[in-house]
Write a protein that binds this ligand. Structure first.
Ligand code: LRH
Ligand code: MN
Length: 426
């Protein structure tokens, strides 16, 4: 199934364009502060977020999984689904593959398919948190941190294989997330585990092409529930520095203990030039992988507020990799991803409306109240009209979710693929 430019164009023709008067109001209000609404619309139009190949089917938990019908059961079909997302939003022009869940059977065919949907290959994800039938050594007691040398070497080789596949596809980065850790005190020598991890990462790093980057993703717990070797931003930062300038940290929003000040972590890593990218999602308790902006939208805004400041002031930090990492237990995966893309663009647009000159002055004067008012003025601004204008300009659907439903995409996918097709992934 594919959505054509004409279908989107026709859909937009029937859409209510009253949002244009809102843009005039915003233009009038913010141009006085030297903020160009047209500039923001352009930035929104060129913003691209990588879609995780493992989040196009119904997710699940240990308590169950409820299929959704019409799920993609091959990498080709996953790219078709991302193609639909990109036709509707023009914000989903990249995919982040997970190996071995998405090993391309025919690299050239996969590249052609991706090109036909104008999809780029973003970060490749390795997987040393699951055993595979063909593997000799288990990862049950760790991979890169393992006391078992053969498990470490097997995991290093796997990451080198993922880089090799990524090079063929045109990807330029590798994400390493390790489940490695322990469930009980005494099970692990923390120092040996960390040193093994550092030494193993350096072996992977030595195989990284010159123009590639390696993202080290941290997580406090799960699937290990007492210790995780790369548990927090500091450990990831330390390991990235130990590896070299091509190694960066990766911030998955769900990988923080409750009440962690994630926006401060973002500011710190950007100042140090070591923020590589994001896995966007939202959570109430743990690594819930819920729709972006569905639980803590103000926190997402505060994170983008630091990102915008960093992108304007930290030339030492390279361009960021924007990715979603979510799991859909009760929503149509494509609708969930459309909502997440919307939330990301809204937070970005609001952060671009912050009057940074006035904020700097208020901070210099320690005018605490004014500082908050300046941030919340931007956060309390309804920017959805700017997103609509950006979509109109890029010939995306002005209202992607309504378009998705009016085109009856899920119904067509079920007619094509049936109700029992199942996507590989979590
Ligand atoms: C770990 C994680 C990681 C992926 C996995 C699918 O929780 O966030 O980024 O490998 O989810
Ligand atoms: Mn993640």
């Amino acid at each position: 199934m594919k959505l054509t430019t004409n279908q989107i164009f026709d859909f937009n023709k029937h859409e209510d364009d009253s949002y244009e008067s809102e843009i005039d109001y915003l233009n009038n209000k913010f141009s006085k502060k030297g903020i160009s609404v047209d500039e923001i619309i352009k930035k929104l139009g060129s913003f691209n977020v990588a879609i995780p190949s493992w989040a196009l089917g119904a997710g699940g938990t240990r308590f169950g999984r409820f299929s959704y019908g019409g799920e993609p059961s091959s990498l080709e079909q996953k790219l078709d689904d991302i193609g639909i997302l990109n036709s509707l939003t023009k914000t989903a022009g990249a995919v982040s593959l997970h190996i071995p869940w998405d090993i391309p059977s025919d690299v050239n065919a996969i590249k052609e398919k991706a090109e036909s949907h104008r999809i780029l290959f973003d970060a490749m994800n390795s997987n040393t948190f699951q055993d595979q039938p063909h593997l000799e050594h288990t990862y049950k007691f760790g991979s890169l941190n393992s006391v078992h040398k053969n498990a470490r070497e097997q995991a290093v080789e796997h990451n080198k294989e993922v880089i090799r596949i990524g090079k063929e596809l045109g990807s330029k980065s590798l994400t390493v997330w390790l489940a490695d850790g322990a469930n009980f005190p005494g099970q692990l020598n923390f120092q040996t585990a960390l040193q093994n991890t550092e030494d193993s990462l350096k072996k992977i790093y030595s195989d990284l092409p010159e123009d590639w980057r390696m993202f080290i993703e941290y997580k406090p717990y799960e699937p290990n529930f007492y210790s995780t070797t790369i548990q927090d931003w500091g450990t990831s930062f330390m390991l990235a520095n130990a590896c070299g300038e091509k190694a960066m940290t990766l911030v998955d929003l769900g990988h923080h203990l409750p009440n962690t000040n994630i926006e401060q972590i973002v500011a710190t890593l950007m100042l140090k030039g070591k923020l590589g990218g994001f896995h966007f999602n939202d959570s109430k308790y743990g690594d819930d992988d819920l729709t972006v902006g569905s639980i803590k939208p103000y926190s997402l805004f505060l994170i983008f507020n630091e990102l915008v400041y960093g992108m304007e002031n930290n030339s030492q930090n390279p361009d960021l990799a924007w990715m979603i990492d979510a799991s859909h237990n009760t929503k149509d995966p494509l609708e969930d991803l459309i909502q997440s893309l919307e939330a990301i663009l809204i937070a970005y647009a609001q952060a671009l409306l912050v009057d940074r000159k006035a904020l700097y002055e208020a901070q210099q004067e320690s005018d605490v109240v004014k500082c908050q008012e300046l941030l919340q003025d931007a956060y309390r601004t309804d920017v959805r009209s700017l997103l609509k204008a950006a979509r109109k300009e890029t010939n995306a659907a002005i209202n992607p979710l309504e378009a998705y439903r009016s085109f009856k995409v899920r119904k067509q996918l079920i007619e094509e693929r049936g109700t029992s097709s199942r996507a590989s992934g979590l």
